[in-house]
Design a binder for this molecule. Structure first.
Ligand SMILES: Nc1ncnc2c1ncn2[C@@H]1O[C@H](COP(=O)(O)OP(=O)(O)O)[C@@H](O)[C@H]1O
Ligand SMILES: [Mg+2]
Length: 360
């Protein structure tokens, strides 16, 4: 397996503060990797170390096989970077900015001009090639940044929150571009706060929190973990409670407390389903409440019913059959699975464990 990026115990400290803490991360070649984490988690600091802008305090990293400490020049040839804060020359034109980048990599004039034309057309900014960067909008500047970062055909492209503040159309142009670049064989490292973007584009996701890698998987793998954890741990407790329900213990006050807690956790692992039903009345709602897998129903003025259902395979069918039996029509149906946002909140809500280091 070839890795585009491998970090080994990679750390960055600023005085007493550890911004990146012994990070061991692997990104497979030719994949799109999503780097998530709350503000201040250490994403930009990690990217700056991987792109040789700042040196690690300890540990190291290999980028396309080259060591960022021993071979920074080789690393720089292999990478392109669209930084979090656009760093272009405001008093130069769009084309001049791209040319400056190409010159940094010593590209021959013919190739340079051809590549710049191709890239400007790809991101649709050629019409503004003679404009000064300071006259451009945020989205236009982001496009110039992309052109400048790709002009030397880097193997790995780092994008640090590239779509932040962009309008939906420009965002989608960038998403298509990222996908296209990946299909052409570029590895993409995408830092983002946009869960939809990461879910849709990335092969793997790493969530960093307080400088440490808190989770790493495919987007679907992360979402499945949430469902599985809830299924295994909590259904066992649920089973015990149901057995106790049939015994003498069921009248004991502490049992009632436990039952309440289990009910709450059932609620927490519940899945949501939303239906629009013609002529839903109290009789129908009462009937639906009697189905054991229905944990809660909210009624909305629009006729929409939002269900919290126990996480069982037949829950949805049971509800639909019950409604059909009453002769009511279902006009719309939607279910909500855990999103990457749920995973993000769960993983980053954990407080970091304080590790006592020897000699401190
Ligand atoms: N040059 C610096 N000096 C001191 N602290 C810094 C410096 N750069 C970043 N930090 C701190 O390191 C932490 C991680 O920052 P950063 O990597 O920019 O986070 P992210 O990109 O995940 O939002 C933050 O708490 C930030 O304040
Ligand atoms: Mg950042």
């Amino acid at each position: 397996m070839k890795y585009a990026i491998e970090t080994f115990d990679l750390s960055k400290r600023y005085g007493d503060f550890t911004a990146v803490d012994a990070l061991d991360l692997k990104v497979k070649d030719k994949t799109i990797f999503g780097f998530l984490g709350p503000n201040g988690a250490g994403k930009t600091t990690t990217i700056k170390m991987l792109t040789c802008l700042i040196p690690p305090t300890s540990g190291t990293a290999h980028v396309t096989g080259y060591d960022v400490i021993k071979n920074p020049n080789e690393v720089r040839q292999k990478i392109g970077m669209v930084p979090q804060l656009v760093s272009l020359y405001a008093d130069l034109t769009v084309r001049e900015n791209a040319e400056l980048c190409a010159d940094y990599y010593g590209m021959p004039t013919d190739l340079k001009e051809r590549r710049i034309d191709e890239l400007m057309e790809l991101v649709d900014i050629k019409y503004a090639e003679k404009k000064l960067v300071k006259q451009l909008s945020g989205g236009q500047k982001q496009k110039v940044s992309v052109v400048a970062s790709l002009v030397h055909q880097p193997e790995i492209l780092f994008l640090d929150e590239p779509t932040i503040g962009l309008d939906p159309t420009t965002k989608s142009v960038l998403w298509d571009l990222i996908d296209e670049l990946n299909q052409k064989g570029h590895t993409i490292i995408l830092c983002s706060h946009d869960m939809y973007e990461v879910d849709m584009l990335c092969d793997h996701v790493g969530i960093i929190n307080h400088g440490k890698l808190a989770a790493y998987d495919t987007p679907q793998g992360l979402k499945d973990t949430i469902l599985e954890q809830k299924n295994t741990i909590e259904s066992n407790v649920g089973e015990i409670v149901r057995k106790m329900e049939e015994s003498d213990a069921s009248t004991h006050p502490s049992f009632c407390k436990l039952r309440e807690a289990v009910n709450e956790s059932e609620m927490d692992k519940a899945r949501e389903m939303s239906l629009i039903v013609d002529n839903s009345d109290n009789k129908l709602i009462d009937r639906l409440f009697q189905i054991p897998c229905v944990l809660d129903i909210e009624t909305h003025r629009s006729g929409r019913l939002t269900f919290k259902l126990a996480n069982t395979e037949t829950a949805i069918t049971q509800v639909i059959s019950a409604i059909m039996e009453t002769g009511s029509n279902i006009n719309s149906i939607s279910t909500k699975d855990p999103s990457l946002e749920d995973v993000f909140i769960k993983v980053t809500a954990k407080k970091p464990k304080k590790v006592e280091k020897e000699g401190e």
